[in-house]
Design a protein around this ligand. Sequence first.
Ligand code: ZN
Length: 109
Amino acid sequence: MLEIIVPALWTLFTVYIVWYCTSAKHYAPITSTEAKMLWVLHRNGVRCNAKRWREVRRIGKIIGFECECGHKHIQKRPIVSSAPALQIDAKNPMLAKLGSSKKASFERD
Ligand SMILES: [Zn+2]
C-alpha cells in the first residue's frame, strides 16, 4: 500500500511545485495613475467610447479598473518572479551618478 501512496504523493507535490513556480499569480497593487493609464490604453486599443471608469480595490489597494463598457482589468503578477535588476548605463553620466548615489545611500543604511 505504501508503495502506491508515496509515489502518488511525490507526483502530486511535484505538480504543485511546477504550478506554483509557473502559473500561480497574486494581485499586484497599482497606483491610481497607473490604473487610469491602463484605462486610456484600453480605450485606445479597442476604440472604446466609454467616459467613465472605476478603480477595482481589494483590501484597500487598487488592483485594476473596470470600464463603463464592462471591461475589467485586474493586475496580476506571478508569485515566483525576480525583481527587475537595476541596470546602470555607464555611458550616461547622469544615470551613473544616480546609481552611485543610490549605492551610497544603501551603504549609509
Ligand atoms: Zn471600455
